[in-house]
Design a protein around this ligand. Structure first.
Ligand code: NAI
Length: 340
């Protein structure tokens, strides 16, 4: 179709000059937590995305300034800022994609699980509003701990009768971004050409990069693969420590969030073969939610792809992550719902 053709044209790398906004579908993207460390650069990157026609920036404070600032950029989307619970409905109405980086980030010495008590409540409230105002939107969950906030969002949507497992995504793209960067450095290959699937979850050893499937191929020693795996798993902590109390990854996360939202928009617009890793409802393992490669389409998840062949080291990693991941997550979520 002509829509598909024009979307393909748009999907070309930057440098493709001029486009007709009439030839791409209108898409509204809402960012919840838009005035935060991730929210602001993410708002900027979404404003640069020609697939977005309306950008709604929501936070509990400071969104008018962010919206005025980002809104002056001469790209396609109209920008509006919304502040406080009273304006949440308006921010969400008609959204195609809702990105959630709302909540508190880690400080040195904290694990992602330490954020659970505060962020679970925030995510629950925001998801209740999504169920009410834009039940068909694709949700990109960035708020940590993703391993728990995604199942919580699912429960909220189930309760509201709006749950669609094809439209709920935990954003694990930053793990992929890190794995690609670290691999390219070690293997001495062009980072722009690197692909590395990262599966599992989004915390410590649940982050499992599959370097045996990395391309371009490189003959790295086992020790190098181990070190790369560990660095990918600890990438978030590396940033938390370097920022020394001033938050966690924000700029690289905004980049990763923008890549993933762009993939969701391309899928919605019918661009074929859009594949990204994401933490979704899954039957790939016995875990109900699991990150793996996912094909994105007009309805969100088109297909959850399997793990492919694993090295012995990766197989071990997979076995190790299952019980830790499952029991801790289940315990937290049960406690949370008992308190509600
Ligand atoms: P931040 O503290 O700089 O910003 C969070 C924003 O959320 C603030 O502007 C705050 O006002 C807002 N907020 C709080 N309650 C809200 C509510 N009820 N509704 C709307 N907005 C609300 O934190 P930062 O650095 O932007 O991190 C945000 C979240 O993203 C954290 O949970 C962090 O752990 C997570 N994160 C996730 C990553 C991933 O790979 N998935 C990577 C890095 C961070």
């Amino acid at each position: 179709s002509s829509v598909l053709r024009s979307v393909k044209t748009l999907a070309k790398p930057a440098g493709a000059r001029g486009y007709s906004s009439e030839s791409v579908p209108d898409r509204k993207v809402a960012v919840l937590g838009a005035a935060g460390g991730i929210g602001q650069p993410l708002a900027l990157l979404m404003k640069l995305n020609p697939l977005v026609s309306r950008l709604a920036l929501y936070d509990i404070a400071n969104t008018p300034g962010v919206a005025a600032d980002v809104g002056h950029i001469n790209t396609r989307s109209e920008v509006a800022g919304y502040m406080g619970n009273d304006q949440l409905g308006q921010a969400l109405e008609d959204s195609d994609v809702v990105i959630i980086p709302a909540g508190v980030p880690r400080k040195p010495g904290m694990t992602r699980d330490d954020l659970f008590n505060i962020n679970a409540g925030i995510v629950k409230d925001l998801c209740s509003a999504i169920a009410k105002y834009c039940p068909n939107a694709i949700v990109n969950m960035i708020s940590n701990p993703v391993n728990s906030t995604v199942p919580i969002a699912a429960e909220v949507f189930k309760k509201a009768g709006t749950y669609n497992e094809k439209k709920l995504f935990g954003v694990t793209t930053l793990d992929v971004v890190r794995a690609k960067t670290f691999y390219a450095g070690k293997a001495n290959v062009n980072v722009a050409e690197v692909n590395v699937p990262v599966v599992g979850g989004h915390a410590g050893i649940t982050i499992l990069p599959l370097f045996s499937q990395a391309t371009p191929k490189a003959n790295l020693a086992d020790e190098d693969i181990k070190a790369l795996t560990k660095r990918t798993q600890d990438g978030g902590t590396e940033v938390v420590e370097a920022k020394a109390g001033k938050g966690s990854a924000t700029l690289s996360m905004a980049y990763a969030g923008a890549i993933f939202a762009d993939a969701c928009l391309k899928g919605l617009n019918g661009v074929p073969d859009v594949v990204e890793c994401s933490f979704v409802q899954s039957t790939v393992t016995e875990l109900p939610f699991f990150a793996s490669k996912v094909r994105l389409g007009k309805n969100g998840v088109e297909e959850v792809l399997g793990l492919g062949p694993l090295s012995d080291f990766e197989q071990e990693g997979l076995e190790k992550l299952n019980p830790t991941f499952h029991i801790r997550k289940l315990f937290q979520i049960l406690q949370f719902f008992r308190k509600c």
